[in-house]
Design a protein around this ligand. Sequence first.
Ligand SMILES: [Zn+2]
Length: 521
Amino acid sequence: MKPEVEIYDTTLRDGSQGEGINLSVMDKLRITERLDAFGVHFIEGGWPGSNPKDIEYFAEAKHRRLKRARLAAFGSTRRKGVSVESDDQVRLLLEAETPVVTIFGKTWLLHVREVLRATPDENLVMIADTVRFLKDHGRYVIYDAEHGFDGFKADADYALATLQAAEKAGADMVVLCDTNGGSLPSEISRITATAFKNLSARIGIHTHNDIGMGLANAIAALEAGAVQVQGTINGYGERTGNCNLISVIPTVALKMGKRCAPESSLAKLKELSQFVDEIANIRHDPRQPWVGEAAFAHKGGTHVNAVQKVVSSYEHVDPARIGNARRVLISDLAGRSNIVLKAQELGFQVSNETPELKDILAHIKKLEHEGYEFEAAEGSLALVIRKILKHENPPFTIEGYHVSIRRDRSISVCQASVKVLVDGEIEHTIAEGDGPVNALDQALRAALVKFFPQLKRIRLEDYKVRILNSASGTEARTRVLIESTDGKEQWGTVGVHDNIIEASLQALSDSLEYRLMRRSS
Ligand SMILES: [Zn+2]
């Protein structure tokens, strides 16, 4: 069914400009895949004209088929004094070969005069030229009106003229941006309504959260006629961040009663939010609206009592609808159905009646209590489920290992030896590496490749370390998340231990074991 509000995700472009956010090409591809599976309508992958990483991302993304989302490349209108055909930045937009191109242009005369150093008319021509050129090349064109609201406040007639220039040149969507994030909902309403009255193109909204109004402003625009909302997962973005899609999606669906993301995806909202945080190596905010751990936590006294009598007495919505859970009364059933869903996704044949389910659930809860996180580590989760469900022995076991680091003048040398057992046969290998984990990886792989040559193709793409309960100092535990690929598929695995080497080895071993399991199932 057609959405009434389109979701446009810019986590990979605007979001990745946030402080502390650094996404590799592999991270970006994994997030793309997840956003597509969730059902957002547009994924803005990056700005090919701004950095080589984004060019590489688009070159990779080309080979992946998205099920629902359309991929967008982001860029700007052509430069002043250059024909659109010979503008390199515009050429790179076409070379990204995305079905959608989003370009931003200037709405605010202050920027036209002081930043672009162009005349108001020149700017209108730059907008029209670029939109028309991209349309002529068959793209779906989204025009982002940068400083749309500040532009309107300064000179409404000129601001409107820029939007009309984009519309006349064929833009499929005109998006009003509160780029500096300082507008009020009442201003957003009024200006969006004016644009709505004067344009026939569909209107979108892009807001920033500088005064904490990112979500409120997006909703105000939707109420005034906008049909697309742009934002980022968990509100990542420059300064205080962008409008948070994790808040927008349920607000649109459950409070405004409008169709946006697929209904079945809503229950995976918390999972999506945690997944992206894990990939970005950011602690999940317990107070995040809708999906935070504390969002439906009831702390003692009258609240708990009331909630136990009538759940709606202190809750604005049933937390299960967005995949969250009430904290005092964690419903066993909710946990159960989440795990069934996840296990089915991973290819296991289970239902609510599977007798092993209780053990699986209990085991996962225990591991989570120890610090494991499975949101981005589906490989490790699959192994946990298989172990309990199938009672199979793992294809290999690590009998022992040794890691040594020594320094020779300025060069440090890491060496690892690993002993594995496969089908009653022991293999013992030694390898050197750049660091202790790399040496261990090399040795483990060398030992296993003898039995499983298909492991040769696996590459480790990313290695992330998080110190858990760091408040307790010496007792801190380490969680390691590893991302691997065989060129076709990518997966994550996790290890937790007081010792970083041990945690890394768990994640490494899970990565290889998961690949072997996938092959056999
Ligand atoms: Zn922005």
